[in-house]
Write a protein that binds this ligand. Structure first.
Ligand SMILES: Cc1cc2nc3c(=O)[nH]c(=O)nc-3n(C[C@H](O)[C@H](O)[C@H](O)COP(=O)(O)O)c2cc1C
Length: 366
């Protein structure tokens, strides 16, 4: 457990000392100030996690998985359980509003042997909250605690939670939620600094995350989440809010280099050059190959299609190549397009791109 609390307001020598310790979640050791890949429905599947891992993500999560779907043996839910050794440490995230279903699905997750099990108490989507799951439990902390206890009791894995700061602006309760969750035995907490009613609008308010971190009763790692889209912002929020690590979601979509870039900036204060065309194509290739290996030829190629526009954002005159990538049906043809792209853009100086943080949200169709 991370017992030495690093406060933003600690005197510098003490903070420097604190900065040398690693973050522990159960028996998982993470480097100091880890960068986490956020769980993202329809995004953070094994192929995407593979490219984030090689680019510096320290801890990654599966897409969220419906506890009821798992128990029903729903194919989509089961497939989300796939994890691979090269991506460890990796956490499987589940959601649900029923204690028994959560306990049972924790046992199913156990059998897959991830490094940890994460509970989603943050999904804002109507279909989930109307079933009393996801962010809905922020309105009923007693239920949240019962659900968490049911999971903690039925698994030996370290259990973590991801949630929001409250249901709406008038009921922000994250400080109490964090204390009570910690008392159930969870081993880390990730907080998205928005309320449920904000969905993805407005800005994440990290001052609430800092309040949790500054609570002397809190000894588990607290990870901040929401709107981190550049190395500068990561540094600023690290210093200002004193969190133990940062979880990154949308900014990694089409730009897994964000992890590496933030790490380099935190360590040196200087920027890595943006990836050139060879590096970009290399990541696209790896993503495509993993996708085909994991899903099979046709679905693998199809699923990859939604990623190209993100990877190619900012490239001039890219429309024709993009069009080919989203219509061609064999790896050989796609490979040919990628090779031609390298020839066209070799030597091109990429501008640092701001992540597109709008218009990406999850559908929760599990
Ligand atoms: C496409 C998409 C899918 C998401 N799916 C999940 C999910 O399955 N589980 C979860 O806890 N949060 C999910 N989220 C929320 C993210 O994990 C994260 O909390 C949110 O995007 C804010 O972080 P960011 O500003 O770094 O993107 C999703 C977000 C997006 C954009």
């Amino acid at each position: 457990m991370n017992r030495l609390i690093i406060h933003a307001r600690m005197p510098t020598p003490l903070r420097n000392f604190a900065a040398t310790i690693m973050i522990k979640i159960g028996n998982i050791s993470l480097p100091h100030f880890p960068l986490l890949l956020a769980p993202m429905e329809d995004v953070s599947d094994p192929p995407f996690r593979a490219v984030c891992k090689v680019n510096g993500a320290d801890l990654m999560y599966t897409e969220f998985i419906s506890s009821e779907g798992l128990i029903r043996d729903a194919i989509k839910s089961r497939q989300k359980l796939d994890i691979f050794d090269y991506e460890r440490p990796v956490g499987i995230q589940i959601f649900g509003g029923d204690e028994e279903a959560m306990a049972l699905s924790a046992k199913i997750v156990d059998a897959v042997e991830p490094d940890l099990l994460d509970i989603n108490f943050g999904c804002p989507v109507k279909k989930v909250v109307t079933k009393g799951a996801g962010a809905a439990v922020l309105k009923d902390i007693d239920l949240m605690i019962r659900l968490t206890k049911a999971v903690v009791r039925s698994t030996d894995l370290p259990v973590t939670v991801k949630t929001r700061i409250g249901w709406d602006f008038d009921s922000i309760n994250i400080v109490e939620v964090a204390e009570r969750l910690q008392d159930t035995g969870i081993q880390a907490l990730s907080i998205h600094g928005r309320t449920r009613s904000q969905l993805y609008k407005g800005e994440a308010d990290w001052s609430w995350i800092a309040k949790v971190k500054e609570n002397p009763r809190i000894h588990i790692p607290i990870f901040g989440n929401g709107d981190i889209d550049s190395p500068e912002k990561a540094l600023e929020y690290k210093n200002r809010y004193g969190v133990d690590g940062i979880m990154i979601g949308r900014a990694a979509i089409g730009y897994p280099w964000i992890f590496k870039e933030i790490k380099h900036f935190l360590a040196t204060g200087s920027h890595l050059d943006p990836p050139d065309i060879e590096q970009r194509v290399d990541v696209i290739r790896t993503h495509l190959v993993r996708s085909v290996e994991w899903k099979g030829m046709k679905p693998g190629i199809n699923e990859m299609r939604r990623h190209y526009a993100h990877y190619l954002k900012g490239l001039p005159n890219i429309k024709e190549y993009r069009q080919q990538l989203v219509t061609l049906n064999t790896v050989e043809e796609l490979e040919d397009v990628l090779q031609r792209m390298i020839n066209t853009y070799r030597g091109y100086r990429f501008e640092r791109q701001k992540a597109d943080m709008i218009g990406l949200a999850y559908s929760c169709d599990s």
